[in-house]
Design a protein. Structure first.
Length: 254
């Protein structure tokens, strides 16, 4: 992976174009660390994209073929790599933007789903392709897909491994927006400009509340929301937002 920082944005580029940016466990562990290290004092957002014509073709099939492990060893490997990607992405204190420049297959699709925003090129294709190699959706796929696209659509994708285009991905809620290839960078740049103007710490609190409450009953969820909101009230960002509103100016969130 190539990691660059510019004006509060950390860009992670999957850079194995010769294998369509396929993930190895080592790459997944590195990506998890990027999410874990995200500091809202320094960053406004993380952008994920791919080198060449693909976003990511998912798990590296060659490394799968060479793997020798029992069920217990597989559980430990998956938990510490692709499973940790999900844990760190959902709890990261800054928003994550998937700039899907090309095909997003298997874990590539799941990483798109786990991101907070996903903008796709018109030419991108998607597949929940795990079933094609005798696997179930991982990297959060079994948890997140039903919540994004609905139960029956998630089953269809998981059971068939069918390929579908960017426009259908947008219709089902897997991606936010679809743009021509030559306009994708500008669209993501506009989103990043908006995020830079917002209080990153507050976004982190909102993200935590939304994700923590996904599996809660409404009473427990409301109590957790109340707790996180009380933390937000006690921040410089809230104080600045209120002052700016009363003074008729744009807030200056550092």
């Amino acid at each position: 992976m190539e990691i660059t920082d510019d004006d509060g944005v950390r860009t992670v580029t999957f850079d194995r174009p010769e294998v369509m940016n396929a993930f190895t466990p080592e790459i997944a562990a590195e990506l998890a660390e990027v999410f874990a290290d995200a500091n809202p004092e320094e960053l406004d957002a993380i952008v994920l994209t791919g080198e060449g014509d693909a976003f990511s073709a998912g798990g590296d099939i060659q490394s799968m073929a060479e793997r020798e492990e029992n069920t217990e060893e597989a559980y430990e490997r998956v938990t510490e790599t692709f499973g940790r990607v999900v844990e760190e992405a959902l709890s990261a204190d800054v928003p994550i933007v998937a700039k899907v420049n090309g095909d997003a297959v298997g874990a590539g699709l799941a990483v798109t789903a786990v991101s907070d925003f996903a903008y796709a090129a018109e030419s991108a294709t998607f597949s929940c392709a795990f079933v094609r190699v005798g696997l179930i959706p991982d990297t959060g796929g079994s948890f997140l897909l039903p919540r994004l696209v609905g139960l029956r659509t998630a089953k269809r994708l998981a059971f068939t491994g069918e390929f579908f285009g960017a426009s259908e991905a947008a219709e089902m809620g897997l991606v936010n927006e679809v743009h021509p290839e030559d306009e994708l960078d500008a669209a993501v740049s506009d989103l990043l400009d908006t995020l830079r103007k917002r209080p990153t710490k507050t976004i982190g609190l909102a993200k935590r509340a939304i994700h923590e409450n996904l599996g809660r009953g409404w009473r427990e969820a409301q109590d957790y929301e109340n707790m996180v909101q009380s933390q937000a009230y006690d921040t410089p960002e809230h104080e600045e937002g209120v002052a700016a509103f009363l003074e008729g100016r744009e807030p200056d969130f550092e």
